[in-house]
Ligand binder design. Structure first.
Ligand SMILES: [Zn+2]
Length: 239
């Protein structure tokens, strides 16, 4: 299938083969961070070319969704247990069961698609270099979250679960024009650091979260779409 990515580029996506699926599950089991990227490189062409490090994180997410839909269809399932506490109750709702999620809705954000038409991921909020004025008046610029920046972040953060200074360095943040280092970031006030963190995490496009509504209490819970039980398999392991 063909899709228009959040960046406006045209992508051709093919379905996963048995070879791709075997390699993917083997690499995911080893917690190999590059597993998904290798899959996208094998199954997608962007403007007729193999993906490169300039690929935007939003385009990568759209490609992952499109490959999933092309390979296994647009319906995914989640074995769901509702943890919401209904109003007036002290106990969590506790409903459990399989819930279906339509991934095309996530990719198209509700846009109706005619047969044979390219899918349109939402093009809004697709930043190039962004600039923000921090509370102290310092001007901070950053580069977009490309594949290059994502790989740099993985190297810099080491074993830390989340490292916002590594994120800022990987996104080539400049403070009043000066390329930021861990030291110059630590020298910022905590208010400036928080404003910078919010800016680095703020980018739109394909939403990586899907909302699951509990059929019992109607409360909604959000789940990262790549974490859905059968996102990359027709039948999830153990089913
Ligand atoms: Zn519930």
């Amino acid at each position: 299938m063909q899709i228009i990515l959040p960046s406006g580029k045209l992508a051709d996506v093919r379905a996963i083969t048995g070879h791709d699926e075997t390699a993917l599950h083997r690499d995911l089991a080893k917690q190999d961070q590059e597993a998904i990227i290798r899959l996208v490189a094998a199954c997608a062409k962007v403007d007729g070319k193999v993906i490169d490090e300039s690929l935007h994180a939003m385009d990568l997410l759209a490609l992952v969704l499109a490959i999933r839909i092309e390979s296994y269809g647009e319906t995914a399932h989640e074995r769901f247990k509702c943890a919401a506490v209904p109003p007036g109750s002290v106990q969590p709702c506790g409903w459990q069961g399989d819930v279906a999620v339509n991934l095309m809705d996530v990719l198209c954000a509700g846009t109706p698609q005619g047969t044979g038409e390219p899918l349109r991921a939402p093009p809004a909020s697709y930043p190039g270099q962004v600039e923000v004025t921090l509370p102290s008046g310092t001007i901070a610029t950053s580069e977009p979250p490309t594949l290059r920046a994502m790989r740099s972040y993985e190297r810099l953060r080491g074993k830390a679960a989340i490292d916002y200074d590594a994120l800022a360095v990987s996104r080539k943040v400049r403070l009043n024009g000066e390329l930021a280092t861990r030291e110059s970031l630590l020298a910022l006030s905590v208010r400036d650091r928080q404003a910078l963190r919010i800016e680095l995490l703020r980018f739109g496009g394909v939403d990586r979260a899907v909302e699951i509504q509990c059929p019992e209490c109607r409360a909604t819970t959000t789940v990262d779409f790549q974490a859905l039980d059968d996102f990359f398999a027709l039948t999830a392991p153990g089913r």
